[in-house]
Design a protein around this ligand. Structure first.
Ligand SMILES: *Cc1c(COP(=O)(O)O)cnc(C)c1O
Length: 422
């Protein structure tokens, strides 16, 4: 596609963007009385304006109905969380019964490990990417130790090649082959949080299943950001947080996916609680656990309705727009940002190196050679919110729901000023 680095051109793209009106459905922080340019939807998505009314509804029902709200609220609380499964299933490419919402991401990964990391003396190794998100590393290490294995032996990290910024699928596949029947589990972040790389989830899953291992994905940076087809890819399990591209609010509930072949199985190891038992007999308070015939079997406690409410509000927007349209805009928007970066690069002495490979969602991670933290601070003062990682990598995630083409153009001019005014 042909791009131009002008305000008129950026505005012309906004005019033809079918999602442009969705900008008005979000709250923006203000700097100098103006909406910020928000590049950190990969960390915490903006607040959808409809979130407030969903929370207010629960507060009103609680005041007016108290305990009766569990059954007689307009959206009864006892099965409130079930409303999220169908729209979420579309976002991750799953059947509705394979999806549930509960707890938080790291908690859910631990719970899923109970079911899907069952090491034996022969088959106990876990394959992951090097420098995975720290919480995932701690989770894996503590699980390995819990089962009495040595982390150095059990955790196998696939590395990037020297001088390269992205993992090669062929290296991952070769490692899977090499580990063969020692491989118990593959658990990788579907989209890497640092370089923004999208892994070939389908190929890696297929290769892992062939060795007899379980294959799971941490989709924290993938959900709402890339096309997912978990069921058809034959993925065993997955989990994600909702406060990044899903715009559900800080620290909000996580989603899980479990392939249907494990549902309604009584012999699968699992930590259980009363919200995982069959609905029709749940309140008979029987001693026997009868699993829900869906991913809700992994539920432990009654759901935190006040936190799930804004998640449901956000899902309404995803439902309205659909992933295909969202990803259609994202592709062009991210390509435009890349173009703008390359244009600015030509006009300044510093040089930019985009370390995100072409397999990407909306995030571009950029080495700003010759620049440092002062540039980041300058951008913040000018109302551009980005994410800075030492030594000098800036992560830019123009989420298609609320970022515009004009934002990309304006960012380019501010970035250039910031570098030239040093
Ligand atoms: C954001 C993120 C987390 C955060 O975990 P929480 O349990 O929600 O705090 C974990 N893993 C990855 C890969 C992430 O990107």
């Amino acid at each position: 596609m042909h791009f131009e680095n002008t305000l008129e051109f950026a505005q012309s793209l906004d005019k033809t963007d079918a999602l442009n009106t969705y900008r008005q459905q979000f709250h923006y922080p203000q700097v100098q009385g103006k909406d910020v340019i928000y590049f950190t939807g990969n960390s915490l998505g903006l607040q959808p304006k409809n979130a407030q009314s969903y929370v207010d509804e629960v507060m009103r029902d609680w005041a007016a109905l108290a305990v009766e709200g569990h059954f007689y609220a307009e959206k009864p609380w006892w099965d409130y969380h079930e409303r999220l499964a169908a729209p979420l299933a579309k976002v991750v490419g799953a059947k509705t019964k394979e999806v549930s919402v509960m707890n938080t991401l790291t908690v859910n990964l631990h719970l899923l490990m109970v079911s899907f990391y069952r090491p034996t003396q022969k088959r106990f190794k876990i394959l992951c990417e090097e420098k995975a998100f720290p919480s995932d590393q701690y989770m894996l290490q503590s699980q390995v130790r819990f089962h009495g294995f040595d982390t150095k032996e059990a955790i196998v990290e696939v590395k990037k090649r020297d001088g390269e910024h992205a993992w090669r699928t062929e290296d991952i596949l070769a490692k899977i082959e090499e580990l063969g029947d020692e491989l118990a589990l593959i658990l990788i972040g579907g989209v890497n949080y640092y370089n923004g790389q999208v892994f070939d989830m389908q190929k890696i899953t297929q290769a892992g299943k062939k060795t007899g291992a379980f294959v799971g994905w941490d989709l924290a940076h993938a959900v709402g950001n890339v096309a997912l087809d978990l069921h058809d890819w034959n993925v065993d399990f997955a989990a994600w947080c909702s406060y990044k591209y899903m715009n559900s609010g800080p620290g909000n509930a996580s989603g899980i996916y479990v392939h249907e072949r494990y549902l309604d199985k009584k012999d699968i190891p699992r930590f259980e609680g009363w919200w995982g038992t069959k609905k029709d007999t749940r309140f008979l308070m029987k001693p026997e656990f009868e699993p829900m015939p869906n991913a809700d079997a992994w539920q432990l406690s009654n759901a935190p309705i006040l936190s799930v409410a804004p998640y449901l509000a956000s899902l309404q927007l995803f439902e309205e727009v659909g992933m295909a349209k969202l990803l259609g805009k994202q592709k062009v928007l991210t390509a435009y940002l890349e173009f703008i970066l390359n244009e600015v690069d030509k006009e300044v002495d510093s040089s930019f190196e985009i370390i995100t490979p072409k397999e990407r969602g909306c995030q571009l991670s950029v080495f700003l050679h010759g620049e440092g933290k002062p540039l980041f601070d300058y951008l913040m003062k000018q109302g551009v919110i980005t994410d800075w990682r030492e030594p000098n990598v800036i992560r830019l995630a123009p989420a298609p729901f609320y970022c515009s083409f004009e934002d990309m153009y304006r960012f380019g001019t501010i970035l250039k000023e910031g570098i030239l005014s040093k």
